[in-house]
Design a protein around this ligand. Structure first.
Ligand SMILES: NC(=O)c1ccc[n+]([C@@H]2O[C@H](COP(=O)([O-])OP(=O)(O)OC[C@H]3O[C@@H](n4cnc5c(N)ncnc54)[C@H](O)[C@@H]3O)[C@@H](O)[C@H]2O)c1
Length: 255
């Protein structure tokens, strides 16, 4: 028996990086997956990479309420319901100290990383309840439990979704919906490369070496290593787990 046989999963930011790894893993475990993303080219590529009729996509901006209603409606129309919601879409913003950080970028990071998660919960929870329960996984970060100079909106947003998750977990505990965060450390995706390039070192390679020194395991994680934790939280194997903060960070939070 596959671990997600007959389940329907909606994955935001599912066209690339961690979300794509989750989409691929979930389809391999028997789920139907709806990828929600803003990047059409990446969505088309994701369908080719996964190469399975059980996955489709919809272009939606998670920070927009109408788009959120539309992706939820699409999941119902295509797959008859939602059992698993991976609220994973996120952006890093830029790297500046607070006095120099552009206000419009603060608003954008918060809109996608916080409002986007909240809108998803708002419209998805009633649908999962209709199915008799399920699992919600929010992608927070190592930056959800620790600070990092230069990334104030991102760090704020990733702390915020832990509070949101805890509230949702309490609200949903008696209707069969579990809600948890997955908190990746540095993972080898576009996002970590963008951060390497923005650091004040002479080269991205130097920045990478500086970052690696902060990771006890001395390497970046892979998107699949995060997706495996998401799979555990999505599946019935984690049936007593709710309200939890799950690190996948090569030891980054230990020190
Ligand atoms: N890569 C890391 O080191 C790392 C570490 C900790 C947490 N995270 C978190 O993991 C999640 C995924 O990041 P990733 O590393 O895979 O990044 P990524 O940039 O590779 O993928 C993010 C995806 O989200 C999509 N997206 C961006 N804005 C969107 C919007 N408004 N609506 C819908 N989709 C949108 C992008 O098009 C992209 O496909 C993010 O929430 C990120 O903060 C990443």
């Amino acid at each position: 028996m596959l671990r997600l046989e007959g389940k329907v999963a909606v994955i935001t930011g599912g066209a690339a990086g961690i979300g794509l790894a989750a989409a691929r893993l979930f389809v391999g475990e028997g789920a139907n997956v709806l990828i929600v993303d803003v990047n059409e080219e990446a969505c088309e590529k994701a369908l080719r990479v996964i190469g399975n009729a059980s996955v489709s996509y919809i272009l939606s901006d998670v920070s927009n309420a109408d788009d959120t209603r539309r992706y939820v409606r699409t999941a119902i129309d295509r797959y008859a319901g939602i059992d698993i919601f991976v609220s994973n879409a996120g952006i890093e913003g830029t790297t500046r100290r607070i006095p120099k950080y552009p206000i419009h970028l603060f608003d954008k990071v918060m809109a996608i990383n916080v409002r986007g998660v909240w809108l998803g919960l708002k419209f998805v929870i009633p649908e999962i309840e209709r199915r008799g329960g399920g699992s919600i996984i929010i992608t927070s970060s190592l930056g959800g439990i620790k600070g990092a100079g230069g990334l104030s909106p991102y760090i704020t947003s990733k702390h915020a979704v832990i509070g949101m998750m805890r509230t949702a977990a309490l609200e949903c505990a008696q209707i069969g919906i579990r809600v948890n965060t997955v908190n990746p450390g540095q993972i080898d995706t576009r996002m970590i490369r963008a951060l390497e390039e923005q650091m004040i070192h002479a080269s991205a390679q130097e920045s990478k070496e500086t970052i690696l020194k902060t990771i006890p395991m001395r390497r970046y994680g892979t998107p699949n290593e995060v997706a495996l934790l998401m799979l555990f939280l999505a599946s019935d194997e984690s049936r007593f787990c709710t309200g939890g903060v799950y690190m996948v960070d090569g030891g980054g939070s230990a020190g």
